[in-house]
Design a protein around this ligand. Structure first.
Ligand code: NAD
Ligand code: LMR
Ligand code: MG
Length: 695
């Protein structure tokens, strides 16, 4: 305390950004910052005349509405342009010298929070830059001699790691080996990891996310190296509030799973952590969230997966899943704990089994900033895909959705989320009543076609009920009718799969789709690849390349067997939605996620398609554009929030400012996106006494 007071009196640097961090000083400076002794010396008496002063590393993801976004030259480089400039130089002298030979400084700020010096910095993935520490940082942080002598910029480092990935790709190394290579990088240098991911997102998304993340989740206990995220278990009930304080820093976004339905792989218990981590990697690389502000969570409420329970290395609780009230108590305490600690954080529910997913969403969606990715994110990406497909089909506008007849294979959280949103879109397109619009949908589950004769289990199948009621069983299409019969007799135009059943779209079924449609819409959405209802090759072969194809996991474009026509293999994965939706929701200041925000996200995506892409059969913009796609989605979400009266004043002011507000909002969002750039750790402030040549 006394030390702090001393600091306050003697330091030329304002303390306002210190927060509750302990400040740090090295022994070399002649006093121990952590001591409460009144003998502590003020920084101005540090032996080399410079104070060593802790602050948080400045993020370059900013609240762009704040005035202090633009720095003056004597505060740490915060904007990404300033940080990039700083990082080009091998020492402070070099950096300052280039700015102005006459520049003088008073203090040196060491921006490494309350962590220690030397090897501890090198072993901290947040601060570590490896060979990227410039000479001044090496000196000040006590890492001189602990890293190889030569300085490499982040661009050079990224190029080196990328070359290793290319070698692995070219030597057909398993994707999981590439996943491990990247996780190891993340464990030692997060900034470089995200830099690489951002630069090569098209090739690396399938490595760190779907489908490879599925394989990683299957073996997560064995792959475990370094703790990531937070686990809350059933044994933590009563302690969750306090546990959230074990997590450092501010959190803007939480992805939480209970591991009960990981992709199409079923109950993977505590291994579900892998999916939360993978989603958040895309929030960072694709959405522009600061990696310091994301929190992956796995709720370990047990598992019913026998092989995990019998696996002596399984790292989750060795017990059966909680059910009923006990289960919902865990969820509720978790939700309250998060809100108590980080009141503005967005919570994404991920991979909860269908029997709980809808109920959890219903319980919290009106009071918390939250959404379910599998129900809502998936629905929005499929709606975007259908709008994109209408363009490829030459439709004149979105209202043509009402002419489509959909067969949905899978009546789980994904399938029912999709049809609920498509049904609303059909009704909104005009011309059909709610009742009439149900006729555009045929829902199937493992027992075949679902009709009014089906006995539904409530509340689990409540979402199915209106579709079931409206589909009267007939002699032609009785309850339980087969997929081939349903496809043939319904004359459907679109075949969607969220069934988890690999090969469900058989050659007969695909061929029939091709016979009854000039351009059949075929979406095998189940993940990972091993669960897809069909491959791109199968769809292209059976339809001679005419299908408008989109799968949950990535496939290669494929050629029709007769004409050799190239069929575009789009990837219809909710990765197009969640990063931008989250970004928009948080930047707008919204308190809840509305259905209309999701619909706006879908429209934003299909609006981005270019004529050339449409000609080539693309129904989504390219994944390599994901940061811009996310920014476009965020703009629509912000505007929707404003329309609902949910947006904060500063963004409403932009919207009301003039006709150019879309461009302004876009810039606003882009400025808020974090860019993986090394954050300066050592920085001079206050021009007064010393000149550059003094150090
Ligand atoms: N592409 C994406 O972005 C995305 C998003 C979410 C979910 N998914 C995938 O969707 C799949 C389903 O997820 P869920 O949460 O709804 O799972 P779920 O297990 O709750 O639902 C699966 C449904 O498929 C039905 N089904 C099983 N066999 C069938 C068959 N032979 N014919 C027709 N239906 C059959 C089941 O009865 C059930 O209704 C998963 O593989 C998941 O990875 C993809
Ligand atoms: O995780 C994905 O790739 C998409 C989706 O959330 C799923 O559960 O399959
Ligand atoms: Mg999911």
């Amino acid at each position: 305390m006394t030390t702090r007071l001393a600091l306050r009196r003697f330091s030329a640097i304002p303390l306002r950004r210190l927060g509750d961090k302990r400040w740090y000083s090295s022994a070399a400076d002649g006093f121990d910052a952590t001591s409460s002794s009144s003998k502590a010396q003020p920084p101005s008496e540090a032996i080399d005349g410079f104070s060593v002063f802790p602050q948080e590393l400045p993020s370059n993801a900013q609240d762009p509405s704040k005035d202090d976004f633009i720095n003056d030259a004597t505060s740490p480089p915060r904007t990404r342009e300033q940080q990039m400039e700083y990082n080009k130089h091998e020492s402070l002298r070099d950096w300052l010298g280039r700015q102005s030979r006459k520049r003088s400084v008073d203090e040196i700020v060491v921006l490494t929070g309350n962590i220690h010096r030397g090897s501890e910095i090198l072993h901290n993935a947040v601060y570590n830059k490896g060979t990227g520490f410039n000479h001044s940082e090496r000196e000040r942080l006590g890492v001189r001699g602990l890293v190889p002598p030569r300085f490499f910029s982040i661009e050079q480092q990224a190029e080196k790691i990328w070359q290793q990935q290319v070698v692995m790709r070219e030597s057909n190394a398993p994707k999981i080996a590439r996943w491990r290579h990247l996780q190891a990088l993340k464990d030692r240098n997060e900034t470089l990891f995200y830099r690489l991911l951002q630069e090569h997102v098209e090739e690396l998304a399938p490595v760190i996310y779907t489908p490879t993340v599925g394989e990683a989740c299957l073996n997560y206990s064995r792959f475990f190296r370094r703790a990531r995220g937070m686990f809350f278990t059933k044994d933590d009930v009563g302690h969750m509030h306090s546990m959230t304080y074990n997590w450092r820093g501010d959190v803007k976004i939480v992805v939480v799973t209970d591991g009960s339905r990981v992709l199409g792989l079923g109950d993977l218990g505590a291994h579900g952590m892998g999916i939360s981590v993978g989603k958040l990697d895309l929030y960072v690389a694709g959405g522009g969230f600061d990696p310091q502000e994301v929190l992956p969570v796995c709720l370990d409420v047990g598992t019913n997966n026998k092989s995990l329970l019998n696996d002596k290395w399984y790292f989750g609780l060795n017990s059966q899943r909680l059910e009923g009230g006990d289960y919902y108590r865990v969820i509720d305490e978790f939700m309250r704990a998060i809100r108590h600690r980080w009141p503005n954080a967005l919570i994404q529910f991920e991979d909860f089994q269908t029997k709980h997913a809808l109920e959890i969403l219903t319980n919290y969606r009106n009071d918390y900033l939250c959404f379910n990715d599998d129900i809502q994110g998936t629905a929005a990406v499929v709606l975007a895909g259908v709008y994109g497909a209408l363009k490829v089909l030459g439709g004149k506008d979105r209202s043509e959705i009402r002419k489509q007849k959909f067969v949905m294979c899978g009546a789980g959280s994904a399938g029912m989320g999709i049809v609920a949103m498509l049904h609303k879109a059909v009704v909104k397109s005009g011309g059909l009543s709610e009742e009439e619009a149900y006729d555009n949908f045929y829902i199937m589950d493992n027992n075949g076609l679902i009709t009014n004769e089906r006995k539904l289990e409530f509340p689990r199948e409540a979402a199915v009920e209106p579709f079931a009621k409206a589909r009267k069983a007939t002699k032609e299409l009785p309850d339980g009718a087969s997929l081939l019969d349903v496809v043939t007799k319904s004359k459907c135009t679109a075949l969607l799969g969220a069934s988890t059943v690999n090969g469900l779209f058989t050659e007969d079924v695909l061929r029939q789709m091709g016979e009854q449609n000039e351009r059949p819409i075929i979406f095998p959405l189940s993940n990972p690849t091993s669960n897809a209802e069909c491959t791109s090759e199968e769809a292209a072969k059976a339809t001679d390349g005419r299908a408008v194809f989109s799968s949950g996991s990535p496939f290669e474009d494929a050629k029709g067997a007769v004409s050799g026509r190239l069929m575009r293999a789009n990837q219809g994965n909710n990765l197009y939605i969640f990063p931008g939706l989250g970004l928009g929701a948080l930047l707008s200041g919204a308190k809840t996620i509305s259905e209309e925000m999701l619909v706006s996200s879908a429209k934003a995506i299909s609006d981005m398609l270019t004529e050339d892409q449409i000609r080539r059969g693309c129904i989504f913009p390219l994944i390599k554009e994901i940061r811009n796609i996310s920014a476009r989605v965020a703009v629509r979400v912000i505007k929707q929030a404003a329309e609902e009266g949910q947006a904060k004043r500063s963004v409403v002011a932009i919207i009301e400012s003039d006709d150019e507000h879309d461009t302004k909002l876009y810039k606003y969002v882009k400025r808020a996106q974090y860019v993986p750039e090394y954050r300066p750790t050592v920085f001079p402030v206050e021009e007064s006494r010393r000149t550059v040549d003094d150090y």
